[in-house]
Ligand binder design. Structure first.
Ligand SMILES: Nc1ncnc2c1ncn2[C@@H]1O[C@H](COP(=O)(O)OP(=O)(O)OP(=O)(O)O)[C@@H](O)[C@H]1O
Ligand code: SF4
Ligand SMILES: [Mg+2]
Length: 345
């Protein structure tokens, strides 16, 4: 595929264009049959991520957040559409060698599970330093000490094993490991969930400081709107494989345009509280989506035209730039701009 002709200085770092990911799964109700059907984990996803920006990916369980992350990391190839890094297909860039893996670091949700329990913390942090030949071997111990200090861990943890660390400390080790390769992009899947509020706040402060100091591009999956608002300038809200609203985080959360975004916001009345109240209605199976808009069965603004076709993610009018929603009847005074190409500009 030809590289993008966009100016390298202004083109997005990542761009997903009509990305679809189908997982082939057994047909429901056919326990003894091998017949398979395609489950659309991602369906027509469009997203641009600018260098140095911070983007939260938010949505209910099963909405496709982790699949989207896997596409960004080049671990999953889209079934349809294009997934680009600096204008080139991610899979192609990844296949070229270690540089992409060095630039784009991942913090896994299960931080403890991602660390070998038989390695000391020093060895775990040294591993990417050796793998990517970040510094001469003689300098590795000093680098490890400096990375530990950067994530706020005392030097004495270097000789311990993961089992001897608290949950918050283990997350810090995972962040130190991710930073070891001197990445420009940090991708995190629920990196602070399941921790007590004060540990979560410490880690969020750490991530925010690192993002600013190192000018990192941050892609952060969370189900917590408070975390999204604190950490990320931009937000992408997903519903059943689609991005249904994007824009500057606080503008979107203060005045959501998509009824689903509003429902999420209402389910989390206090920032820094995870979404606890269930949204109204049942989430449909991705194998049996309703005709037209996939949110129509749960939407309090549904109109007859919502059943006719699937709304595209269109740029919204209104005072805040760069907002887009996939809804025929968006909330707030933000009429959609009838412009086909320039989505989530
Ligand atoms: N390897 C797979 N094979 C088949 N289906 C899958 C696979 N991975 C994910 N799915 C399905 O794809 C959809 C999206 O899954 P995904 O893990 O991306 O959601 P998620 O938003 O990350 O959810 P959660 O918040 O629970 O982590 C779900 O319906 C899920 O069951
Ligand atoms: S398109 Fe219609 S059903 Fe879908 S979210 Fe908008 S108003 Fe609701
Ligand atoms: Mg997930």
């Amino acid at each position: 595929m030809m590289p993008s002709t966009e100016d390298p200085d202004t083109r997005p770092l990542f761009e997903l264009i009509e990305v679809e990911k189908l997982y082939m799964v057994r047909r429901p109700g056919s326990m003894f049959s091998t017949a398979k059907v395609g489950l659309p984990a991602l369906d027509g996803v469009r997203l641009k991520i600018r260098k140095g920006s911070s983007v939260a990916i938010v949505g209910e369980s099963g909405s496709g957040k982790s699949t989207l992350l896997r596409v960004l990391l080049g671990l999953t190839r889209p079934t349809e559409g294009r997934a680009l890094y600096q204008g080139r297909p991610i899979a192609e860039v990844r296949a070229e060698g270690r540089d992409f893996a060095r630039q784009v670091a991942m913090i896994y949700q299960d931080a403890r599970g991602s660390l070998n329990p038989r390695m000391t913390i020093a060895a775990l942090i040294a591993e990417p330093l050796h793998h990517f030949a970040i510094c001469p071997p003689a300098e590795v111990p000093a680098r490890v000490r400096s990375l530990l200090a950067r994530v706020g861990l005392p030097a004495e943890v270097a000789s311990r094993y993961p089992a001897a660390l608290s949950g918050g400390q283990v997350r810090r080790v995972a962040i130190a490991r991710a930073l070891a390769s001197e990445p420009t992009v940090l991708v995190a899947d629920e990196a602070v969930s399941g921790l007590d509020v004060s540990t979560q706040a410490q880690l969020l402060n750490l991530l925010r400081r690192l993002q600013r100091e190192m000018a990192l591009t941050l892609v952060f999956i969370t189900h917590d709107l408070g975390v999204a608002s604190y950490l990320c300038d931009d937000i992408a809200i997903m519903y059943l494989g689609r991005i249904v609203e994007t824009g500057p985080t606080n503008a979107v959360l203060n005045a959501p345009a998509h009824p689903y975004a509003r429902a999420l916001r209402r389910a989390a009345p206090e920032f820094f509280e995870p979404i606890t109240a269930p949204l109204p209605g049942e989430i449909p199976s991705p194998l049996d989506l309703p005709p037209g808009c996939r949110f129509s069965g749960r939407c309090d603004r549904v109109e007859p035209d919502c059943h006719l076709s699937d709304p595209a993610l269109l740029r919204l009018g209104g005072p805040t730039p760069n907002r887009a929603a996939a809804c025929f009847h968006p909330l707030a005074d933000t009429p959609t701009v009838p412009h086909k190409r320039d989505l989530h500009a």
